[in-house]
Ligand binder design. Structure first.
Ligand code: ZN
Length: 455
């Protein structure tokens, strides 16, 4: 594409500024140069007529496990702890080839549903599985999304009261060394970075107190962000109270896991003082409504979190607990879930779009770089087609985006580079990705069946 691109004639939802019924966005290099009403001033570069479309910031996915794309559909009716117990032995068969195929497929789904940034929480490092973390980073390079690669870890196997088999967990020293190495190898703190690393012991029920504390210390020494699962299910709540005498949020607070550099997946089971504590510490929440529904985990108190000022982003989670893996549809899911729980005022269509963009950027510490359409920010944007059968006639384009089915993409740009054009990935064949995903899914299932651990 040209160094300068002019998108003319679309409705525009900037998210943190005025909306335009018909306006323009000018992209120069990897940045947004101008946003406004009406047609852009004449100038050099490529002019694209995008009438009938809505331009929004590229969506930001704040929680995922891309490797799970190779294990979708398992334990279809099980709650979290049973689902984990059945899947961990299958995940022990992961290797770098399977991780690459699964991550590429998952990132492609995200791109085709409007996402330009993805956080991936990777905590499974089977012995002999090769460089699974590097495989996920490489997949992001081929599909083109910005990646926040969370180097996860677990050190509580079954012999220490955890759910994973002992063979799948790491020694805490090895987990810390591996995390430190991942930061050194991949983390790029520059504003236009396409790969950043965060530190992410998997959860309080699969990581020891020592690992949680040491990981928090490491992250802060290296200046990277912290991410974990917290307060997802009532079972977790009960186990945490029984083991520590504290709720998951109280426990996280005590071990250094609340703060403006932390974002937490789920935060479903919270008391009012805990919501206030998250807000007071600046801790972010990655809200994953489809996954919470799939596992019957409950519904997060979204209205309360937003009213308290907690940074809230959306996450697809999964893909073994959200087989779709698309972020576009999560806007609608978030809205329906919030209103089913809290009534019609629990989430507006614009709040849903905000969570999927700027809210997510806040969770990842990137609100100055991405998440809204403003001159000077990175040119990460989605051009949604709203002129087809699914959305035609809906006057408010943001309502069409959130309440209708995820629209096809006319264009998806990450830093001015096209990732999707006319509903198709720009750089990779979907047919090839699907073939590789089938091969990977078959391979990991065959390993599980050989070991007689397939659920
Ligand atoms: Zn998760």
């Amino acid at each position: 594409m040209a160094e300068r691109i002019v998108l003319d004639g679309a409705a525009i939802a900037t998210v943190d500024g005025p909306e335009h019924v018909e306006g323009h966005v000018v992209v120069k290099g990897d940045r947004i140069a101008a946003v406004g009403a009406g047609r852009a001033e004449p100038g050099p570069g490529e002019r694209i007529d995008v009438r009938g479309c809505l331009i929004t910031p590229g969506l930001v996915n704040t929680h995922h496990h891309l490797y799970q794309h190779a294990t979708r559909g398992y334990a279809a009716d099980a709650p979290l702890f049973e689902w984990l117990t059945r899947l961990y032995p299958v995940w022990a068969g992961l290797d770098e080839d399977i991780a690459h195929a699964a991550a590429a497929a998952g990132l492609a789904r995200l791109a085709l549903s409007g996402a330009t940034t993805a956080a991936d929480h990777h905590y499974v490092f089977p012995r002999g599985g090769g460089d699974v973390f590097g495989a996920v980073v490489a997949a992001a390079g081929s599909i083109g999304l910005r990646l926040h690669a969370v180097r996860g870890s677990m050190d509580r196997g079954r012999s220490r009261g955890g759910l994973p088999p002992d063979s799948l967990v790491e020694d805490p020293d090895a987990a810390l060394a591996g995390t430190d190495a991942a930061i050194g190898r991949f983390h790029d703190p520059s504003p236009s970075s396409t790969v950043r690393v965060a530190v992410g012991p998997c959860s309080p029920f699969s990581a020891s107190e020592r690992l949680l504390r040491d990981c928090a210390e490491l992250a802060r020494a290296r200046g990277v962000r912290l991410h974990t699962h917290l307060a997802e299910t009532a079972d977790e709540q009960r186990q945490c109270l029984a083991e520590t005498g504290r709720t998951p949020v109280e426990y996280a607070d005590d071990v250094g896991w609340l703060g403006p550099d932390v974002w937490l997946a789920h935060t479903v089971h919270l008391t009012a003082p805990e919501v206030a504590r998250l807000a007071g510490t600046g801790t972010g929440s990655a809200h994953c409504p489809a996954s919470n529904g799939r596992l019957g985990a409950g519904t997060a108190p979204l209205r309360e979190l937003l009213d308290a000022g907690v940074p809230v982003g959306l996450g697809v989670d999964g893909a073994a607990s959200n087989e779709s893996g698309g972020l576009g549809e999560e806007l609608r899911q978030a809205l329906l879930t919030a209103r089913a729980r809290g009534g019609p005022a629990a989430l507006s269509v614009r709040e849903a779009l905000h969570a999927a963009t700027l809210g997510g950027a806040r969770c990842l510490g990137r609100q100055e770089e991405i998440g809204s359409l403003r001159p000077g920010k990175l040119a990460d944007l989605a051009v949604w087609r709203l002129d087809g059968l699914e959305h035609a006639g809906i006057e408010d384009p943001v309502a069409a985006l959130v309440l209708g089915p995820p629209p096809p993409l006319r264009l998806l740009l990450r830093g001015g580079r096209p990732l999707v054009e006319d509903g198709r990935l720009s750089s990779v064949s979907e047919v090839d990705l699907a073939r590789d995903l089938r091969t990977a899914s078959t391979a990991i299932r065959a390993r599980a069946e050989r070991l007689e651990v397939a659920p």
